[in-house]
Ligand binder design. Structure first.
Ligand SMILES: [Zn+2]
Length: 126
């Protein structure tokens, strides 16, 4: 798992409704140990101001500030080379997994068609 994914998980735990839930504390502590100190420090600074430290990127747009990322930043992010940060809101960026388009109604399941095995007809020319 990537550092930034751990950070997102940490953020969702710390800033989500489960932050006070029993058991969350130990998971939070474990996640904090996995994230390098400078990254954690930046995340904590943002969080102290009530901001999220990690923003998901969808179609090249930062979900934190709704600004389109610079082409170079987005390209580096897609190449998965390094931890990228939004130029505008200074959040760490993580490319959101592309979700398949939602299917409104699943088609009714058809009963599997049974094929009858036909006996090979004798060849009339034989
Ligand atoms: Zn941003």
């Amino acid at each position: 798992m990537k550092v930034i994914e751990r950070l997102l998980e940490l953020q969702e735990l710390e800033m989500g409704p489960k932050a006070e839930a029993p058991g969350s504390r130990s998971i939070i502590d474990a996640l904090r140990k996995e994230v390098p100190e400078p990254i954690l420090a930046h995340y904590d600074r943002l969080r102290a101001r009530g901001k999220k430290g990690v923003a998901l990127v969808r179609h090249g747009v930062c979900s934190g500030c709704q600004m389109r990322l610079a082409t170079g930043v987005h390209a580096a992010l897609l190449r998965d080379e390094d931890i990228a940060m939004c130029d505008n809101c200074a959040r760490y960026l993580l490319v959101a997994p592309e979700l398949p388009p939602p299917t409104p109604e699943p088609p009714p399941k058809k009963a599997p068609v049974r094929r009858r095995r036909r006996k090979a007809a004798p060849d009339p020319s034989a």
